[in-house]
Design a protein around this ligand. Structure first.
Ligand code: ATP
Ligand code: MG
Length: 564
């Protein structure tokens, strides 16, 4: 790896790294890592950490590893490993040949534990988990020494080896660091380093029945990989002294070891982020899966139609800081609108159709009208859309008794149909039984064709529409926030976040109609449906019917929604 040089800092982490480089720490290397535990799918908070870690490596011309912290065999699965790899790649980052697993180091971690025992810095403790908790004390009271704390090195070595050999039942013994039961930092009160877990590990199978604790495996894994800056979230600040203690005890060079830097985790309004809660949503069936488009997971956002560019832009804009805060979901939406504005084809789709018959339009005539694909980007060209006697418009674009400010269609009123003509509503046809409006009888003005209109006539409203005989049926899924509560992370004990789920988070429209240019639309493609927002073709389309997810509406309707 080339020597790195200080950069113009844009956050406090850059300042720290610059300082280390100026002091020639770590031989002027910059090496970071993203260390997920494979116990769930990645979410937008992880994206912040991914962009930060890989971004710093890019900025300094250093390296970033992907390392799975797979020390807990009961909660971890290959499915999660695979999804995490896919998501990191999709976000646009590359770990090269540096894909690692904490489980790669199990043998070394064990040898290090033996060294700690031999040096009198670790002991086997027979207290039960409850007793360990009792003996630990509290923030205001010191802990008590375990009665097993002064076991001889020989006895400790013998017991630890027999723990590994599987001689003792789960929960009967642990290996603990011998630090200080009176430390003001609870993490330093003889923390557990190893526990007995008789579970099959997704990589090491049944080779092990003792597993290292995260707090023991993590700093050593970082040090073994030559990580120079271990960037993590604030809750690990109090663990830093333990990490340093472990590296000191094992003799890692002070000037050539990972420096931990903590930053504030991302919290977003109207959603939950912890994997525990996300897993509950999936397991209890509140959502269709980890990639449900309502989920703040990377796979959910991808399915919804978010792009890696928009997510990276979002992570850039939120920045990194030292204090926790709540970021408004509308910022994420702003980023995807910005990204798709210049890229997405504009098309016409009617979500809730209302039939319109043009009485003065010839029965069999079809005109193919020119429509621009993206007014923001003329290079995207034009396409033809068919116009004919029977059309559909949006139900909400018609009002029988309009208010003054309603500039759309109403009896006797005129509007322009986008890319087409001015039409006038002549008559409203209702279902004689229900009174429901089922059809509008209209006339069109042949002198007002878009692009060739010399009539000088002006109308206030322009509506989107589709031609009945050409339109393609589609299912459209509209979304609202998953949670009605703005800040769910600071959940108090009495309220379960499940009670705050928004019952309208998914609205499925099954009789929408889209223009025929979408006939061959492919999963993942993104469009702007004029006046309705940005939409993405859902993988369910493979089942035979076009299915679209609304990524986001065109305007920021968020304020309205969350105040409902
Ligand atoms: P969760 O609390 O959501 O279950 P976690 O911290 O347990 O997440 P890990 O797999 O341990 O998940 O996280 C991998 C990395 O991602 C860690 O370095 C962690 O600090 C970071 N990370 C997790 N959640 C966030 C977040 N909301 N914002 C920023 N970084 C995060
Ligand atoms: Mg974790």
């Amino acid at each position: 790896m080339a020597e790195a040089n200080p950069v113009t800092p844009t956050n406090f982490i850059h300042n720290i790294i610059n300082e280390d480089l100026e002091q020639n720490k770590n031989n002027k290397r910059v090496h970071t890592r993203f260390p997920p535990e494979p116990n769930g799918y990645l979410h937008i908070g992880h994206a912040k950490s991914i962009c930060l870690n890989f971004g710093i490596a890019q900025l300094y011309g250093g390296l970033c590893n992907l390392r799975f912290d797979d020390t807990n065999p009961t909660k971890e699965e290959v499915e999660y490993v695979e999804s995490i790899k896919e998501d990191v790649k999709w976000l646009g980052f590359d770990w090269g040949d540096r894909l690692f697993y904490a489980s790669d180091y199990f043998e070394q971690l064990y040898e290090f534990a033996i060294k700690l025992i031999k040096d009198g810095k670790a002991y086997v403790c027979d207290l039960s988990p409850e007793e360990i908790r009792e003996y630990r004390g509290t923030l205001t009271e010191p802990g008590k020494n375990s009665p097993y704390r002064d076991r001889s090195v020989e006895e400790n070595l013998d017991l630890f080896q027999r723990m590994r050999a599987g001689e003792f039942p789960e929960g009967s013994r642990v290996l603990r660091a011998k630090i200080d039961m009176a430390s003001p930092n609870l993490n330093m009160r003889d923390p557990v380093l190893y526990r007995i877990v008789k579970a099959t590990h997704h990589r090491t199978g049944d080779k092990w029945c003792i597993y290292p604790m995260y707090d023991y495996a993590h700093p050593i894994s970082d040090a073994l990989e030559g990580i120079t800056h271990s960037i993590c979230t604030l809750e690990f600040e109090d663990h830093r002294p333990l990490y340093d203690w472990i590296l000191d005890a094992l003799g890692f060079d002070v000037n050539n070891r990972p420096r931990q830097i903590e930053f504030a985790r991302l919290n977003l309004t109207n959603t939950v982020m912890s994997k525990r809660k996300l897993r509950r949503l999936v397991e209890e069936g509140h959502v269709a899966g980890w990639d449900d488009p309502r989920m703040p997971t990377i796979s959910g956002l991808r399915r919804r139609g978010y792009t890696p560019e928009a997510i990276r832009d979002f992570c850039e804009r939120i920045g990194v800081a030292k204090s926790n805060s709540l970021v408004d979901y509308s910022l994420l939406e702003h980023c995807i609108r910005q990204d798709l504005n210049t890229r997405a084809h504009r098309v016409m789709a009617v979500l809730r159709p209302l039939k319109v018959v043009l009485e003065n339009y010839p029965e069999d005539k079809v005109e193919w009208l020119e429509a621009e694909n993206n007014p923001e980007n003329p290079e995207m060209g034009t396409r033809k859309v068919p116009f004919s006697k029977v059309l559909y418009i949006e139900q909400e674009d018609f009002m029988e008794n309009p208010s003054k400010k309603f500039f759309r269609l109403a009896p006797g009123k005129e509007v322009r149909l986008k890319h087409a003509y001015i039409i006038k509503c002549e008559e409203v046809v209702k279902d004689p039984e229900t009174g429901e409006i089922i059809e509008l009888r209209c006339t069109y003005d042949p002198e007002t064709k878009s692009g060739a209109d010399n009539s000088g006539r002006k109308v206030k409203g322009t509506l989107h529409w589709v031609s009945a005989q050409h339109a393609i049926p589609a299912e459209v899924r509209l979304y609202e926030p998953l949670l009605l509560e703005e800040n769910q992370e600071e959940e108090n004990e009495e309220t379960d976040f499940i009670e705050k789920l928004n019952p309208n988070s998914l609205i499925t429209l099954t009789s929408s109609l889209v223009e025929p240019s979408l006939a061959e639309a492919k999963t993942g493609e993104k469009y702007q449906f004029l006046r309705q927002g940005y939409f993405c073709v859902d993988p369910d389309t493979a089942k035979g019917k076009l299915v679209f997810n609304r990524i986001v509406s065109l305007k920021d309707t968020w304020a309205k929604i969350s105040k409902k």
